[in-house]
Design a protein around this ligand. Structure first.
Ligand code: PEP
Ligand code: MG
Length: 325
C-alpha cells in the first residue's frame, strides 16, 4: 500500500472523468516543508501563521517574516503558497493580553478583526508577504471575514502596503493572488458579492460548521452536535462555489473536511477546484479523487442539496466512497 501511495505522487489529481483538482497542503511551521514535498502536494493551500507569529516572544518584524515566507515560497515554487494572515483569538493564541477576558472568544476579537484594529502589525505582515512574493508564487488570504466591508478594508491596507514598497523601490508581485476564507455563514451568504473583490475563496469548514450550527468546535459537551454533514453546511458551501464560478474565480476547501475520506465525494460533487489537507493525508485524498467521477458526484450533490438530515448526507457520501475506493 505504501508503494502504491508513492507511485501516486507523480500522478495528477483528477477525477476518472478528467476533472482536475489542485491538492495542496496545510502547514503551520516551515519544518513541515520536506514532508509537504514528499507528499506530492501541489503547493500550500493554508499556511497558518499565528503559531509562527505568536510563539511567546516578540512578534517577528517584516524582514524576519519575509525570510520565512521566502523559504516557503522557494520550497513550493512553481506551486502556489497561500499565506493566511494572523488568525489570533478564538481557540487560538491571543494577539495580546486583554483587559477583561472575552465572554465568547469564538464570537469575539479574532482573525481579521484583530488585523483591522492593529493595522500596523497587519501591514507589517502584508509587507513581509509582498517582499517575499518575488521568490516564488505567493497568495495572501484573510481569515474570519464576515462581509464585504472587511474585505474592502483589508484590501485597502494591502494597497497601502504595496504603495509603501513602491516608494521604497522594493520589488514584489503586483498580481499576487488575494483571497478570503469563507468560514462564517454571513460570508457564504454574501459570497456572490465577495467573489467580485478577490481572486479566490477558501472554505474553512472547521469554523463554518461551528458557526452554522452554533456548536463550539472544541466543547466536548456539544461535540455530538458538531455535524460536518449538516444540510445547511452543504447549502452554504454550494452557494460559495457557485458564486465563485459565476465570477470566474476558484474555490478551495482548507478545513478538516477536505481530509475526510468519506466526505471527498461531496466536495468533488460541489465542484471545488482545490483541496488543502495535512501533508500526511495528501496521498489518500489523491487516490480517492482519482477513483471518483465528477459527473457522478455532481449528480449525487443534486440529491444532497435536497436532503434534510446529516445522517442521510453522510450515508450517501459513504456509499459512493465505498463503491469507488
Ligand atoms: C477552518 O476554520 O476550517 C480553518 C481551516 O481554519 P482554522 O482551523 O485555522 O480556524
Ligand atoms: Mg478557521
Amino acid at each position: 500500500a505504501q508503494k502504491e501511495l508513492e507511485t501516486l505522487r507523480e500522478k495528477d489529481t483528477a477525477t476518472s472523468d478528467g476533472h482536475r483538482i489542485t491538492l495542496s497542503a496545510n502547514i503551520e511551521f516551515t519544518n513541515e516543508l520536506p514532508q509537504v514535498a514528499q507528499s506530492g502536494a501541489e503547493g500550500v493551500g493554508l499556511f497558518r501563521t499565528e503559531f509562527y507569529l505568536l510563539n511567546g516572544g516578540e512578534m517577528p518584524d517584516e524582514h524576519q517574516q519575509e525570510k520565512v515566507y521566502t523559504e516557503v515560497a522557494k520550497a513550493m515554487n512553481p506551486h502556489l503558497t497561500i499565506v493566511r494572515t494572523l488568525d489570533a483569538g478564538g481557540d487560538k493564541i491571543s494577539a495580546e493580553p486583554l483587559s477583561s477576558p472575552e465572554p465568547n472568544p469564538f464570537l469575539g476579537w479574532r482573525g481579521v478583526r484583530v488585523s483591522l484594529t492593529r493595522t500596523a502589525l497587519f501591514k507589517e505582515q502584508l509587507r513581509g508577504v509582498l517582499r517575499a512574493s518575488t521568490a516564488g508564487k505567493l497568495g495572501v488570504m484573510f481569515p474570519m471575514i464576515s462581509g464585504i466591508a472587511e474585505v474592502l478594508a483589508a484590501k485597502e491596507l494591502l494597497k497601502e502596503s504595496m504603495d509603501e514598497l513602491h516608494r521604497e523601490g522594493v520589488p514584489f508581485d503586483e498580481n499576487i493572488q488575494v483571497g478570503v476564507m469563507i468560514e462564517i455563514p454571513s460570508a457564504a451568504v454574501m459570497a456572490d458579492e465577495i467573489a467580485k473583490e478577490v481572486d479566490f475563496l477558501s472554505i474553512g469548514t472547521n469554523d463554518l460548521i461551528q458557526y452554522t450550527v452554533a456548536v463550539d468546535r472544541v466543547n466536548p459537551y456539544v461535540a455530538n452536535l458538531y455535524k460536518p454533514t449538516h444540510p445547511a453546511v452543504f447549502r452554504l458551501m454550494d452557494m460559495t462555489v457557485r458564486a465563485a464560478k459565476d465570477n470566474g474565480i476558484w474555490t478551495g476547501v482548507c478545513g478538516e473536511m477536505a481530509a475526510q475520506l468519506l466526505l471527498t465525494p461531496l466536495l468533488v460533487g460541489l465542484g471545488v477546484d482545490e483541496l488543502s489537507v495535512g501533508p500526511h493525508m495528501v496521498p489518500s485524498i489523491k487516490k480517492a479523487v482519482r477513483s471518483l467521477s465528477q459527473a457522478e458526484c455532481a449528480e449525487m450533490m443534486q440529491q444532497v442539496l435536497k436532503m434534510r438530515t446529516s445522517p442521510d448526507i453522510a450515508e450517501i457520501s459513504k456509499n459512493m466512497a465505498y463503491r469507488h475506493y
